[in-house]
Structure formats: structure tokens, C-alpha cells
Design a binder for this molecule. Structure first.
Ligand code: ADP
Length: 381
């Protein structure tokens, strides 16, 4: 198989695409990207960049027609164009059928229910009025979590409703309402699969959230989990990627509740924040693995080679404008601090501008260094 003769198109030109590009540059593949503007993270490094809107039918169709394989680094792509491309003989990974389910959190929950995948109880709603009337007639009780069925990301599109006072936070779109889970820990992992049906599962990582920005603050690898939970999480991930018939990556986020139950929160069929540490801390990075999966290469070994902590470098609150990074010298001087800046030109409050992975055979030491990085590396103007 001559992989270098295959023309691969990737929809999306953000940081995930840029890290895919960086990680597989060594193979000199024929990788092409599309996103709105060449000033985006990928456009600044990859010459094979097409300016176009991945949400538009015509743009996706035109971009995909001369490719052998089309994949994504973001879910919000035009599905109809992918279906048409598949009809025309282009290989699409992840499959448009899986993407359709995953893009809609309501369909995702129905898929879990139909396949007996553990997840919190839920109900679907068309509008705010029907949620309010279910509360009034006793069919729905506080507290609950409401999620927009489509379009949400990084906690946008999620409303936590604890009492009547919170009802003004209800989202006006078609939504699902689910039980509020008493969360002990949030964990995530990446699973990979190729067309031959081979699978590889990374070890789970533990996610600690910034309450205000609702973004992952720190991510610890490996996660510290009660007996049996790691195996359960890995088994569920393999079942999910197989039943969804996905090639490439599936990122799975779980809640471990206070009663020791493991519940799937949501999935994403692409490279993910919860796998960033894999660049320095695993035998094969998630970015390389995604390309291996979509090109039907043998999958890489996923063993964790060192404990690691990943910290997102977010735009400072209330600061917008051309980005400037402060504190790089003192962070690099700590040793084993791997900084990644995504090449976004403008910083905005809580925008993901980069990340740092800190490796250390003693996880506690890595955590201390990560706190130093979080306090000293300033994303500002
Ligand atoms: P997004 O797709 O925007 O990341 P999530 O579904 O992951 O949205 O929700 C964001 C965060 O909100 C979760 O990481 C978790 O902290 C909290 N959350 C979501 N669903 C629930 C739930 N059912 N119970 C308790 N907390 C939840």
C-alpha cells in the first residue's frame, strides 16, 4: 500500500488540524485542509490549504471531489455534502451516519439507550414551554441539566437548573434534559479503529474543570480510578467505536458518580483535548493515530510512556486583541514543560490559545509544575 499516493482532505483548520499536520509531517503525506481563512492555525503552516466554509454544501463538495479520503477535525461540517461525496466514491471517516448521530446530543442519548450503554436518564424537549409544563405537572424535578441538541461546545449549550430561580437560564432550542449526576470524577479516553476492525484504546485521563470557563483546567494521565473502572471504560469505548462503525478516533467522556457507576457523558469522532498529552506521553500521539485509522494503516502502540499533566492555555478574562505570550522563559526553565501555541492571532476571554504538557515519572511533581505554568504563562495582549 502506497499511502503517499492517497490524497487526504481534512475539514477544519484549527489547532487539532494543525497538530495532525505537525505529527504526520514526517511521513510526507498528501494532506489537504479546508477552513475559512488562511490565517487560521493550519493555514499558517500547511501550504495545501483551501479557503472555504466546511458548513457549506458546495464548498465541502468541491473540496472533497478530488480526494481519496475525507476526514474532519470538527463535527459541525456539512453532512449532506459528505453523503454525496460517499456516493461518488470518496471514503469518508468518520462515517456520515455516525456523524449524524453524534452531532445531535438527543440522537446520541437515544443511541446509548438502544445499545444499553450506561448514561444518565433523559427526556427530549422541543421548547422551554414544554419543560416548564413538565415541571408544573410533576414529570420533571429539580435539579436537572438541559443541553441544546446541536451546536454546543466547551460547555456552551449546557444549562444547570437547580431551582425555579435558574429557569431564566433555560436554552430556547430543541434540547434534552438529563438527570444531574453526582459527579465524583470526570474521565476521558481516546479509542482508535481502522477499516480492518483493529482497535487500540488509550488509558483514561482525569479531567479537572475551570468552573467559570467550563473548560478543562488540568488533565492528569494516568487517571486514578477504583478497581475495575479502567477496564469498564475501555470495554465501553471499544463497543461504541465498533457499533458506530467509526474509523479514526472516538473520544469518549465519562462521569464516575459518587456511587461508583460509570456513565458515558458524550463522544466526539475526532482528535480531542483529552488526548493532547499523547504527543509527549504516549508511544503514538492521537494525531498520528487518527491518520493511521482513517488511512487503514496498522494502528500504533498507545502505551503511556510517562505520567503527564496537560494544562490548557486560555485567553485571560476580559482581554481581547493580538496575542502575546508572557512567561515562556521561566516555564521552559522548569524542564519537561512542553509548550504548544496554536498560532491564533487574536486572544479572547477563555479562548483555547495553546496547551502545555508536563511529563514527570512522579505525577505529583508534574502537577506542581503544571500549577506553575498555569500561574506564570500568561496569554495576553
Ligand atoms: P460540552 O459538549 O459543551 O463539553 P458537556 O455535555 O460535556 O458539554 O457538559 C459540560 C460540563 O457540564 C461537563 O463536563 C460536566 O461538568 C457538566 N455536566 C454535563 N452534564 C451533566 C450532568 N448530567 N450532571 C452533572 N453535570 C453535568
Amino acid at each position: 500500500m502506497n499511502y503517499r499516493q492517497k490524497k487526504v482532505g481534512i475539514l477544519g483548520g484549527g489547532q487539532l488540524g494543525r497538530m495532525i499536520y505537525e505529527e504526520v509531517l514526517k511521513w510526507d503525506l498528501d494532506l489537504h485542509f479546508m477552513d475559512k481563512d488562511r490565517s487560521f492555525p493550519v493555514g499558517k503552516v500547511c501550504p495545501l490549504f483551501t479557503e472555504g466554509d466546511f458548513t457549506k454544501y458546495e464548498d465541502v463538495l468541491a473540496f472533497g471531489q478530488d480526494k481519496d479520503i475525507v476526514t474532519i477535525e470538527i463535527e459541525s461540517v456539512n453532512l449532506e455534502a459528505l453523503l454525496e461525496l460517499r456516493k461518488q466514491g470518496v471514503t469518508i471517516h468518520p462515517s456520515p451516519d455516525a456523524l449524524k448521530i453524534i452531532k445531535d446530543k438527543g440522537l446520541q442519548k437515544m443511541f446509548y439507550e438502544a445499545n444499553e450503554i450506561p448514561s444518565s436518564n433523559f427526556q427530549l424537549y422541543q421548547d422551554v414551554e414544554s419543560i416548564k409544563s413538565d415541571i408544573a405537572n410533576g414529570n420533571l424535578n429539580y435539579p436537572f441539566v438541559q443541553k441544546a441538541r446541536t451546536g454546543g461546545y466547551d460547555g456552551k449549550g449546557v444549562a444547570v437548573i437547580r431551582s425555579e430561580q435558574d429557569l431564566m437560564k433555560l436554552l430556547p432550542s430543541a434540547s434534552l434534559v438529563e438527570d444531574m449526576v453526582p459527579i465524583e470524577k470526570e474521565i476521558g479516553l481516546i479509542v482508535a479503529r481502522n477499516e480492518n476492525g483493529e482497535t487500540q484504546v488509550y488509558d483514561p485521563v482525569e479531567m479537572v474543570f475551570d468552573e467559570e470557563a467550563n473548560l478543562v483546567d488540568y488533565l492528569f494521565a494516568p487517571a486514578s480510578l477504583p478497581n475495575g473502572i479502567e477496564k469498564k471504560a475501555k470495554d465501553i469505548a471499544i463497543e461504541l467505536i465498533t457499533k458506530l462503525n467509526i474509523c479514526g478516533l472516538l473520544a469518549v467522556e465519562y462521569f464516575l458518580d459518587k456511587n461508583g457507576h460509570l456513565l458515558v457523558n458524550e463522544v466526539a469522532p475526532r482528535c480531542h483535548n483529552s488526548g493532547h498529552h499523547s504527543i509527549e506521553a504516549c508511544e503514538t500521539s492521537q494525531f498520528e493515530q487518527h491518520i493511521r485509522g482513517v488511512m487503514n494503516m496498522p494502528l500504533g502502540n498507545v502505551a503511556l510512556t510517562t505520567p503527564a499533566v496537560m494544562v490548557n492555555l486560555l485567553g485571560q478574562p476580559e482581554v481581547s486583541g493580538p496575542v502575546h505570550y508572557e512567561g515562556m522563559k521561566s516555564c521552559l526553565a522548569k524542564g519537561n514543560v512542553h509548550l504548544h501555541f496554536y498560532g491564533k492571532e487574536e486572544t479572547k476571554p477563555s479562548r483555547k490559545m495553546g496547551h502545555a504538557t508536563i511529563t514527570d515519572k512522579d505525577l505529583q511533581k508534574a502537577i506542581e509544575k503544571a500549577k506553575f505554568v498555569k500561574n506564570h504563562l500568561k496569554v495576553t495582549v
